[in-house]
Design a protein around this ligand. Structure first.
Ligand SMILES: C[S@@+](CC[C@H](N)C(=O)[O-])C[C@H]1O[C@@H](n2cnc3c(N)ncnc32)[C@H](O)[C@@H]1O
Length: 239
């Protein structure tokens, strides 16, 4: 790796990887982008586990979904950037955590976050999350993304499916007035989930926070103010 070079101002400061290191071109480009990414530097400096933390910070600065005392469920939480932000902003603590996170990957403990290591698509994951939170959530956030296969269409379909399952979960568990935020993809088959959210929330917004790379098709859906579930109709009695 060459030392960072200074040119005309801080923007010219760039780390370059030598071609002969035996890396594929695509890996070299990824590494260079990573090493020169200001959000990566900020996440290290500010103690966040991922640059993704800044996506939630930027979305929350704009839409104010995380308030002191807010109960949050974080889907697809590892390595934990969003959970760190959520726990800090809602003031959660280990005695009575108001942030519950799930991922099938391991995640190191975060103060104020109760973690469930499990696949969210397992049938009993929703009940386990609610039992851990001990109440209905005010906010459901999902940054879940399927592992990439290299086949773009397949990746889209899998991540859209996760978004749809997360939306269905939110509609089934949120408190009235609660909010839902989830990762989606531009150009994905998102009409089903969009219709479902529009029906159940006061408003639905597409959000591309500055921390989300311009070249990435990633986008977030923010559904504001859950309208609540209709009461189940009373069953006619036999008498
Ligand atoms: C982009 S990362 C999340 C980053 C996180 N928001 C942060 O700030 O550190 C997506 C995560 O979704 C998780 N994931 C994908 N499918 C999942 C599933 N079915 N159940 C649980 N976690 C899942 C992945 O394991 C991965 O850790």
């Amino acid at each position: 790796m060459k030392k960072p070079t200074t040119g005309a101002g801080p923007r010219a400061l760039k780390t370059r990887i030598k071609k002969k290191r035996g890396l594929k071109n695509s890996s070299r480009r990824w590494l260079e982008r990573h090493l020169n990414d200001p959000y990566v530097h900020r996440s290290k400096a500010e103690g966040f586990r991922s640059r993704a933390a800044f996506k939630l910070i930027e979305i929350d600065d704009r839409y104010k979904l995380l308030k002191p005392g807010t109960k949050v469920i974080d889907l697809g939480a590892a390595p934990g950037g969003w959970s760190q932000v959520a726990a800090k902003r809602v003031g959660s603590n280990n005695e009575a955590p108001t942030v519950v996170a799930i991922d099938y990957l391991d995640m190191d403990a975060i103060p104020g976050v109760a973690f469930l290591k499990m696949d969210f698509l397992e049938p009993d994951a929703p009940d386990r999350l609610i039992a851990m939170l001990g109440a209905a959530p005010d906010v459901v956030i999902s940054d879940m993304a399927a592992p990439t296969t290299g086949h773009r269409r397949t990746d889209h379909i899998r991540t859209m499916h996760l978004c749809e399952v997360a939306a269905d979960f939110a509609i089934n568990v949120l408190k009235p007035g609660g909010h839902f935020l989830a990762k989606t993809f531009q150009g994905g088959a998102e009409n089903t989930v969009l219709d479902m959210l529009k029906k159940n929330f006061a408003s639905v917004h597409h959000v591309k926070p500055p921390a989300s790379r311009t070249e990435s098709v990633e986008l977030y859906l923010f559904a504001k103010s859950f309208k609540g579930r209709a009461e189940a109709p009373a069953q006619p009695s036999d008498e």
